[in-house]
Ligand binder design. Structure first.
Ligand code: H2U
Ligand code: ZN
Length: 346
């Protein structure tokens, strides 16, 4: 009898169309690979050397105002620029390029250098949610912007340059790879099956329960069946809509709340400031009919055990397919049994 908890298998990610190899029998193997020291919580509320703290100097002659809530600015080292001239080329389908215009912004969540989403009050996360919605609309309404990607890199391990609570926004002329795959799959699903992929998936998971981490009235945090990262989760809204901008007042509060609860569980897992890359996937702003797209949020955390990193994509994963040892079901069970009171408050 085939057993998903015993036997090697592969799982389809219906959002991207890609397969993930799952090796549940392998979790007991000894680990002699990379061990990082766990990220300690930051203690000081103000750091005179931080370029995101209120009143401090940034690159060039820029000085941050003495902000007391959310603070947004154009990235001083933007990866994408709005004023790139038109350019494209195609040499026999082999050397292909086109100009990529864009706008990059930085959003500070709080003036307090020591905070994280897990340590902020829900009522202080709500303005962050509002700012994300506002930036999505403002950047998305620019005629050359087709997609707005908001993302937070949390922790040095994930490449964050600074512990100050912040995220980045890259608004781009083209739709990036990951959303392109997800949009294609969502469109095909709705054309062939006549429903929404994520509405149907959420309903199925809520019926079964085994991969659900936590829920509130409007949102569910779950470990997707096809998760690649050890404690990867998705936050999916119960109501079908394309972006944060469409959320009601109550839904925005509920989203702030589920962000807080999810990140608190993460910190409580290994009693660390848990590293991750996270961000919402929202409908493109390319003027096309994207009504099939169901906005959602991904969290990709690299930690497997306390101070032990999931190998970054290497070996079979880079040459073949991504692979995981700990199943989505056991990861969800671990996250589900954790307290929602932050360990530093206990
Ligand atoms: P990360 O921690 O995710 O790297 O985000 C910090 C961003 O802040 C990064 O993209 C920008 C960097 O370009 N930055 C400024 O815009 N001004 C500065 O003075 C330093 C860093
Ligand atoms: Zn700071």
């Amino acid at each position: 009898m085939f057993d998903l908890n015993e036997h090697s298998h592969r799982r389809l990610n219906p959002l991207t169309g890609e397969w993930i190899v799952v090796s549940p029998h392998r979790t007991k193997r000894p680990w002699q690979g990379q061990v990082d020291s766990p990220s300690r919580p930051v203690l000081k509320s103000y750091d005179p050397d931080c370029y995101l703290c209120p009143g401090n100097k940034r690159a060039g002659d820029n000085v941050n105002p003495n902000y007391d809530g959310v603070f947004v600015f154009d990235n001083d080292f933007a990866a994408l620029m709005p004023d790139v001239p038109e350019g494209h080329g195609d040499t026999g389908g082999l050397l292909v390029f086109e100009q990529e215009r864009g706008i990059c912004r930085v959003v500070c969540f709080s003036p307090d250098h020591s905070l994280t989403l897990s340590r902020m009050k829900v009522e202080d996360i709500r303005p962050v949610v509002d700012e994300w919605a506002k930036e999505y609309l403002a950047l998305g309404s620019r005629d050359f912007i087709s997609h707005v990607q908001i993302f937070e890199n949390r922790g040095a391990m994930m490449g964050a340059s600074n512990p100050h609570p912040h995220c980045q926004i890259w608004a781009s002329e083209s739709i990036p790879n990951e959303p392109t795959k997800e949009l294609r799959c969502q469109r095909e699903y709705s054309e062939t099956r006549g429903g929404c992929l994520l509405c149907d998936y959420l309903r199925l998971e809520r019926d079964r329960g085994g991969r659900i981490v936590c829920e509130n009235e409007h949102f569910t945090t779950l470990v997707p069946f096809w998760a690649v990262y050890p404690f990867e989760v998705m936050i999916i809204g119960r109501r079908h809509c394309g972006s944060l901008a469409e959320l009601t007042d109550q839904e925005r509060n509920a989203y702030a709340e589920i962000l807080h609860r999810t990140t608190t569980r993460f910190d409580n897992l290994f009693l660390t400031s848990f590293p991750y890359s996270m961000g919402p996937h929202q409908a493109p702003t390319d003027g096309e009919d994207n009504s099939f797209a169901h906005w959602h949020t991904h969290f990709y955390p690299p930690l497997l055990r306390s101070a032990t990193v999931r190998k970054f994509l290497v070996g079979f994963e880079i040459l073949g397919s991504p692979q995981r040892d700990i199943t989505a079901e056991s990861a969800a069970a671990r996250l589900r049994e954790l307290s929602e009171v932050h360990y530093l408050d206990r």
